[in-house]
Design a protein around this ligand. Structure first.
Ligand SMILES: Nc1ncnc2c1ncn2[C@@H]1O[C@H](COP(=O)(O)OP(=O)(O)OP(=O)(O)O)[C@@H](O)[C@H]1O
Ligand SMILES: [Mg+2]
Length: 263
């Protein structure tokens, strides 16, 4: 089981979009996937057609069993029309109570300890996080194998990226004490890229010169993403032949390759 976390302390850069598409894409590809909504906004929960509820809060604070907080997502909610899904997708939902988790857990290892129970139940766990840093993020860092940073090619998004990188690095010391290796950066994904603007192109070059191979292919801005989100479907299901869906598959391919090489 690998735990991959989507992070950027700037809001609206594509964390939830990437988290839901990586989770559904990998389930379509045959993996047993769990998407954990760790954002009080509950957007990943809603994106998969679920009602907001305190799943993660119940798990970490009220000591609920996984059985009571896991929600199964029927394959028709995300499958490519008329194609069988070989994997499975579950979600741990979120609501505003997620905001109180940080004040209510005394142990920063709460997430590691609980998610160890799932070791043989899932192949991949994807955490979608809030843009506002909190002690819950700290606890998620301790459980995470790899991080993906979505970022738009704009200054404030880069600033959020730099802050997120600092916080990830700060988590490496307690991880070491606990005998865990440093968190791997799987990739930095430029999102909502406007191919025709000089500003985006220049900023992408800057990102590439700073982070080199870690920067993945930019995902262009396309209306289909927002349209699919509005009806709570991933693009695989909403518009399987669209350019956005081709971009989404490239992302899933890249994650699949990276997962094969994660320690
Ligand atoms: N490539 C894209 N082209 C056009 N719109 C996009 C693209 N990717 C994401 N969007 C849209 O941008 C909006 C913000 O994306 P998303 O909710 O994934 O960001 P986020 O980082 O999770 O935000 P928050 O920090 O608030 O959690 C959404 O409406 C989403 O549908
Ligand atoms: Mg989000």
């Amino acid at each position: 089981m690998k735990i991959v976390t989507l992070l950027n302390e700037k809001g609206g850069v594509g964390k939830t979009t990437l988290a839901t598409h990586i989770a559904t894409g990998m389930a379509i590809r045959g993996l047993r996937v769990l998407l954990v909504d760790a954002d009080p906004q509950g957007h990943a929960t809603v994106a998969l057609g679920l009602p907001k509820e305190p799943g993660l809060y119940d798990l970490l604070v009220r000591d609920a069993t996984f059985k009571t907080v896991l929600r199964f997502i029927p394959t028709k909610a995300y499958q490519i029309p008329n194609q069988t899904v070989t994997g499975q997708l579950f979600v741990i939902p979120s609501n505003v109570e997620t905001r109180n988790i940080a004040n209510s857990i005394s142990d920063s290892f709460a997430v590691v300890e609980r998610f160890r129970e799932l070791e043989n139940a899932f192949d991949l766990v994807v955490f979608d996080t809030s843009p506002t840093p909190s002690l819950l993020h700290g606890s998620i860092y301790l459980a995470t194998d790899s991080v993906i940073y979505p970022t738009t090619c704009e200054y404030l998004s880069f600033d959020g990226l730099v802050e997120s990188i600092k916080h990830r690095q700060a988590a490496d010391a307690p991880r070491q004490q606990w005998g865990l290796s440093a968190i791997e950066v799987m990739g930095i994904v430029p999102t909502m890229f406007r191919t025709k603007t000089i500003e985006h192109s220049e900023n992408l070059k800057q990102l590439q010169s700073q982070f080199g191979e870690l920067v993945w292919e930019a995902i262009p801005q396309r209306t289909i993403w927002a349209e699919a989100a509005a009806i709570r479907r991933p693009v695989f299901n909403f518009a399987p032949e669209s350019a956005a869906t081709k971009d989404a598959w490239k992302l899933v391919d890249r994650v699949q390759e990276a997962l094969a090489s994660v320690r």
